[in-house]
Ligand binder design. Structure first.
Ligand SMILES: Nc1ncnc2c1ncn2[C@@H]1O[C@H](COP(=O)(O)OP(=O)(O)OP(=O)(O)O)[C@@H](O)[C@H]1O
Length: 248
């Protein structure tokens, strides 16, 4: 590591016509951090993620990975810097088997990137995400929650340094959400990953992350520990009428 943050946004803005979806957001992510991003509907969370992964080009500000300027680069350049992500709607190859989907991620990574033994091959990745028994099923035949796990597995197969998770717990049952949160922590702990995680299930998120960024109307209104953030007056205001809880 060269002392630079793994990924850094400096006053990043994204405009769609007259709408400012992300408004001068700055945030730096260090190796090994598990950071949550929350905010009401339309706050700009996904758009910020899209900017962080090169899917959307910022209309203002700069992005750096390991100190290197990446603003305007294509998503594959972000991937080369070890940035991997999931999407709100899982993007798996429905007709391919679960194992073949993982294999796709491995091919994408190529041989050059060293990885933990937990990500060594198809079998070890399936084992890590708990889908060994489904290896030969077409991805279309597994449950939606298993498809979310598969998408995480595909992202892991690219041997990332930073994993961006967009609402991976959406639509899951309460026990599935807890299992997902535990998996995410385990990935961070055992793979030395940086994880940035958007989730609508604020209660769960606050219980598992160490740092949380709150977006509201495109702006960053808070960035701190869950305990700090839930006491922030602007955050309480933004969430009035929404769920907002004390972290356990
Ligand atoms: N491609 C686009 N074109 C035009 N407007 C967009 C586009 N993508 C997002 N927006 C708008 O930008 C704003 C931020 O949307 P975004 O999806 O980033 O918010 P979010 O916090 O992820 O919301 P949610 O929690 O509902 O997923 C919204 O007003 C949305 O309608």
């Amino acid at each position: 590591m060269n002392g630079h943050p793994l990924l850094e946004a400096r006053e990043v803005s994204v405009r769609f016509g007259g709408l400012v979806a992300v408004d001068q957001v700055s945030a730096a992510f260090a190796p090994g951090e598990l950071v949550g991003i929350i905010g009401p509907n339309g706050a700009g969370k996904t758009t910020f993620f899209n900017a962080l992964s090169g899917v959307v080009e910022p209309t203002g500000g700069e992005l750096y990975a390991g100190g290197q300027r990446l603003t305007g680069a294509k998503p594959h350049r972000y991937a080369q810097h070890g940035v991997a992500r999931t999407f709100q709607t899982p993007r798996v190859f429905a007709e391919l088997s679960v194992a073949a989907n993982i294999d796709f991620g491995l091919q994408f990574a190529g041989r050059h990137r060293t990885a933990s033994w937990l990500l060594k091959d198809e079998a070890s990745i399936l084992n890590l995400i708990g889908l060994q028994a489904q290896a030969d099923l077409p991805a279309a035949a597994i449950t939606p929650s298993q498809q979310r796990l598969l998408e995480i597995g595909m992202a892991l197969a690219t041997r990332p340094k930073l994993l961006l998770l967009d609402e991976v717990a959406a639509g899951l049952t309460e026990s599935e959400v807890d299992a997902m949160a535990q998996l995410i922590r385990r990935l961070r702990d055992e793979l030395d990953l940086t994880v940035i995680w958007i989730e609508h299930a604020v209660t769960t998120l606050l219980r598992y992350v160490e740092r949380v960024i709150v977006l509201h109307q495109g702006r960053k209104i808070a960035d701190g520990t869950p305990a700090e953030v839930v006491r922030n007056a602007e955050v309480i205001e933004a969430y009035l009428g929404d769920e907002m809880v004390e972290p356990a």
